[in-house]
Design a protein around this ligand. Sequence first.
Ligand code: ATP
Ligand code: MG
Length: 409
Amino acid sequence: MRIEIPFAVRQILEKLGQSGYEGYIVGGCVRDMLLGRSPEDWDITTSARPEQVKELFKRTIDTGIQHGTVTVMMDHVGYEVTTYRVDGTYSDGRHPDQVVFTPSLIEDLKRRDFTINAMAYSPAAGLVDEFQGQEDLRAGIIRCVGNPAERFSEDALRMLRAIRFSAQLGFEIDPKTLEAIRLLAANLEKVSRERVQVELTKLLMSANPQRMSLVYDTGLAPFVGEAFGGLGETGWRPSLSGGLPVKKPLRWAAFLREAGPEQARKILKGLMLDNDTISRTETLVRFWAVPLSEKKPDIRRGMSVMGAELFGDLLDLKEGLAGSKETEEAKTEEIRRIRLLKDEILADGDCLSLKDLALTGRDVMEETELRGPLVGQCLNRLLQLVLEDPKRNQREYLLQSLREFSIIE
Ligand code: ATP
Ligand code: MG
């Protein structure tokens, strides 16, 4: 394998081994190592019980002790060490009713969702691949461990995970696994919206976001939510968002752009997305099709209203959606010119918000009789003058303008 196991992880495995227990890295990190990708995190599975793990290591945290997970701290980095377990039955299709520990690694691997996620490795024992995970990894196939219908009945989220992994890795879903998704799609309704959202977000942030079409084709979409399912009928065009920067609001906006801002907000709220992502996405959906001016004062106004970063995201979205057709090339050029102007505005440090204005609320109150919300309104008028021409952001000029306002009113 080309990827190195971190030293701390080796130490944990060694310590377990020296104490008479088995210890392996398992799941996503083994899959990613075999693919030559750097794993996000290193999960360890062991025959040792949680109490035994806690005895072996100086610093541990009871992260999910009821599920057998202890976090072992090594040099301020935490590694999850989980006892071999079988998940028992899922009578609600959501949570295992009880977690039962087992002395058998193979039993633990059997409960895992897909063959490519059901491999374990240790430097001492080598690779344990009981379900032909390597073969599926080579062939690019997402396949359930065991009977797909049973596995999806235990935990319906796995159906969405199958599509998410297929999008991340560019893999195909095995026909039997796919068939079981079509059959059991309605079970997704039982899963918590947060878990559904996490998978959909990962899907959209992947290298193949257009695979969202599978969520519709398999019949899962209506069970994500009514409004979400409804997007399928209005002609969701999946082919466009692959080259976009990997940012949550951008990817969600590309997907929801035809829905309109209100509907987009409703869908994301239903999926329990955080408020910041919701409001950014809503803004992008509102403006993605609105033509932008190439005049600097207009660009400053745009940057001032939505914030410089989101304005940049809007340009990225517009460019990403403009595509490569000849008719669209002029549009792409225009966006690039606007981006250059935006960068110039940032480099010059032009004032874009009240906090950069050369006059404060206190100044306004000292100079005028204005109080309360009128002070803010007044500052906003001054900001508008400065957005028009940044050279105006000088105390003397703004005080003069302030006096002129007061005379008129
Ligand atoms: P990622 O790169 O997204 O972290 P991962 O494979 O590590 O991918 P996790 O959700 O972190 O996915 O889960 C770690 C491992 O736990 C998986 O590889 C799989 O073996 C197992 N697993 C996670 N969720 C489920 C599930 N719903 N059903 C069965 N096994 C699961
Ligand atoms: Mg993981």
